[in-house]
Design a protein around this ligand. Structure first.
Ligand SMILES: [Fe+2]
Ligand SMILES: [Fe+2]
Length: 139
């Protein structure tokens, strides 16, 4: 499995592992020229898990009045848009995707996750551990 940086936030780290596992599964199914339905199903699972994970992060960040929430959510939306585009592209194809393109696709999405974790999730977890800055922080 592609190694991801850890945030030290147990729920976040666990959900990131599940996401990367399914992302790799989706890429393998596409690369194996598995039936299109299976490849689309795997993409749908990634999208569903991503939505659920992003919701968990948003709800928690909102509860703690995280000051960089808007910025964070914008980055989440970019991945969801990329997944939508990928699904549309796949559904419109009649031929199989070659192995190299498939690996490039997997690497592109994994790279997005890695960058997002380093630039957004880790700073949030760090902010949370440091006690945050917002006066409305719940107790
Ligand atoms: Fe995350
Ligand atoms: Fe995030």
């Amino acid at each position: 499995m592609i190694p991801l940086p850890r945030t030290g936030h147990a729920q976040m780290d666990g959900e990131h592992q599940t996401l990367i596992h399914w992302l790799e599964t989706a890429a393998a199914r596409i690369g194996d020229a598995a039936p299109l339905d299976e490849a689309l199903y795997a993409i749908d699972v990634v999208r569903h898990l991503a939505c659920s994970h992003f919701d968990d992060e948003r709800i928690e960040m909102h509860a703690w009045s995280y000051p960089r929430l808007v910025d964070h959510e914008r980055d989440h939306r970019e991945l969801l848009n990329a997944l939508e585009g990928l699904r549309r592209e796949l559904a419109a194809r009649e031929d199989a995707i070659d192995g190299a393109s498939c690996a490039a696709l997997r690497d592109r999405l994994a790279s997005w996750m890695l960058t997002h974790i380093i630039e957004h999730d880790q700073p949030y977890a760090e902010w949370l551990r440091s006690g945050g800055e917002a006066p409305s922080r719940p107790r």
